[in-house]
Design a protein around this ligand. Sequence first.
Ligand code: THG
Length: 267
Amino acid sequence: MIIIGERLNSSRKPVLQAMENKDENYLQKEALKQEQAGASFIDVNAAALLDKEPEALEWIIPLLQEKLSVPLAIDTPNPKAMEEGLKAHRGKALLNSLSGEKEKIKSLLPLIKEHKPSVIVLCLDEKGLPRSPEYALSIANRLVDLLVKEGLDTDDIFIDPLAHPVSIEPDAAPLFLESLRRIKEKMPDVKTIAGLSNISFGFPQRRLVNRIFLSIAFLNGLDAAILDPLDAKLLRAISAAEALLDQEPSLQDYGRETRKKTIKIKE
Ligand code: THG
């Protein structure tokens, strides 16, 4: 499972404060902790800074890269901020995100051509979130074709079928899983990704629901997830799912690690 660390998001109050107060130490530590916990990308979102977002990313990205050996996922709906973020990023960034909306494609495609980042594709267009797996697949298919034409490797494309909150749509999880399955079946070389927390929005015991959802999604072919890598129980659920599927770490490693950790972490 590829982990994208979600903690550096300006929707979290301490992060917003650190971004506003230019607290370099806090931001670097928050990034490094996530890398050390196993994240392969660190998501950075400064959208709550509104018109200051482009300059914030231009400042934060090199600041974080001083300390990190993994790349950043540049998480913004604002094309201008994305442009500044991609310019500031050394090496291949992860663009979060492109979608099927015409305006998005028009503004982001030239940036993708120029910087050749990895790209997260949201299954969403002008009509909003798809209500059927067929529609999610058709958006994914169209955008993957477009990106491959621009010279991207399928390996560098992550499709996000977008989980809806179960508290609002009772069939959100089966819809997500069916979209995931269809996308994997049609495009086995592209990666799939999900932000974990949407599914449990407005639901009791969110962390537990997220953990169970992630395990089910993983067993159905999810390659990557945006989550809090410092959530020890969540990370252990991932290791358990990996061990069950005979991926890394092996079952033996899982047993050894678990015996060590159960001393500290109660089930
Ligand atoms: N797909 C893609 N990108 C995304 C998302 C997605 N980026 C944003 C979001 N969804 C994932 N990132 C976060 C970052 C922080 C939180 C949730 C998702 C968060 N959640 C708790 C809450 O909402 O209450 C608070 C946890 C806390 O107390 O720290 O903070 O789906 N491509």
